[in-house]
Design a protein around this ligand. Structure first.
Ligand code: FAD
Length: 323
């Protein structure tokens, strides 16, 4: 029995969410009195792989094969399932990232395992039970899922588990995985970076704005505030529907669900469908001129006032702070 964590890379580097997944998987391995193995697919330098030891991986299976250069859901799921079988893993952990959302159910089917997607805390192991907490109904409730299958697949919501530095070293082992031609269903020819901005699902800080900003011409101050903070930008649905901002920035029930450490909402009313995607943010700051705006009910800090007066003041303050 052991625990396997899949460590996805972005252009050969691991993001913070991967160190969270490794720390989380290590804690599960400790609960089960076993060791943690990581599986990496793609071209990742040895010193980058070595970082995983610090978060608790004892061994790393390094799959670096030409056929697996670009991400293909079916093929990657097969490789991760093969790695799980190789080490007789009883639990497979991965980040509930964009690719993790596609991989987790496929791996669960291949291993005949129970699945919890979007876990937010460590499993509770009582009387032989294995219970995992996740959010449900667009973050309005929690579900406690009891897994009965011998094998378990858990995808962890980014920003929901603290990174723990274990200070260990990992042994790196090359792993030649079986690549089935039937798994190679699509080939990514090229990836062109659309923006150098912080990516929204991974962002720790997010500055978001809504219809209260009146029009796309007023987003310069939102961008400036975000740049000063090193934050990603987001928006409400009507804003992206009106093409004031790209759809990739739309957060909420029908957009991206995020859980950053800080979410600043400017001129957003706080409709339930918007909150569904942002309410698990650690700290919420709301700027709205209407003291009755529903967003204030879930805010940690609220500023009642005109965004066109408050945001420039915040920008000035941050600039003087940085000077
Ligand atoms: P408004 O509701 O128009 O609110 C604007 C706010 O700005 C107001 O609170 C106002 O007081 C404030 N304001 C105005 N001027 C200023 C100023 N100068 N300074 C400061 N504050 C100011 N919405 C989402 O965001 N995400 C979703 O995923 C989503 N999914 C949906 C799914 C369904 C099925 C449905 C029916 C709706 C969905 N919606 C979603 C829409 C949602 O119900 C709201 O209509 C939307 O979130 C409102 O956007 P808003 O807060 O930007 O605009």
């Amino acid at each position: 029995m052991s625990v396997l964590v899949y460590v996805e890379n972005a252009e050969g580097k691991f993001k913070k969410s991967i160190f969270e997944a490794v720390s989380y998987a290590k804690a599960i391995a400790d609960q089960l009195n076993t060791s943690l193995t990581a599986v990496s697919i793609g071209n990742v330098a040895q010193d980058e792989l070595q970082k995983l030891g610090n978060y608790g991986a004892a061994k790393i299976l390094n799959v670096n094969q030409d056929a697996l250069k670009s991400f293909i859901n079916q093929a990657y799921a097969s490789v991760i399932a093969e790695a799980a079988e190789k080490i007789a893993a009883s639990v497979v952990v991965l980040s509930n990232s964009f690719s993790g959302k596609g991989l987790a159910p496929r791996i669960a089917v291949k291993l005949n395992a129970g699945l919890v997607d979007g876990a937010i805390s460590l499993p509770e192991l009582n009387d032989g039970k294995f219970i995992v907490k996740k959010t449900a109904f667009s973050n309005k409730a929690f579900a406690y899922v009891e897994l009965h299958a011998d094998k378990k697949v858990i995808s962890l919501t980014p920003n929901s588990y603290k990174i723990v530095e274990a200070g260990g070293q990992a042994a790196i082992e090359d792993f030649a995985a079986t690549v089935k031609p039937t798994d190679l269903t699509a080939l990514i020819k090229d990836i062109v970076r659309a923006t150098d901005k912080v990516s929204l699902p991974d962002a720790e800080l997010v500055v978001s704005a809504g219809r209260g900003l009146k029009g796309p011409e007023n987003w310069a101050m939102v961008e400036e505030l975000a740049n000063l903070l090193g934050a990603a930008t987001a928006c409400s649905k009507p804003v992206s529907d009106a093409d004031w901002r790209p759809h990739s920035e739309h957060v909420g029930q029908t957009g991206i669900a995020i859980s950053p450490n800080l979410y600043i909402a400017i001129g957003i009313s706080g409709a339930i469908q918007h909150l569904a995607g942002v309410s698990s943010s650690k700290v919420i700051v709301v700027i709205n001129k209407d003291p009755e705006a529903p967003f204030f009910k879930v805010a940690d800090y609220g500023i009642v006032g005109d965004a066109f007066e408050i945001v420039p003041k915040l920008i000035e303050e941050l600039k003087s702070f940085k000077a």
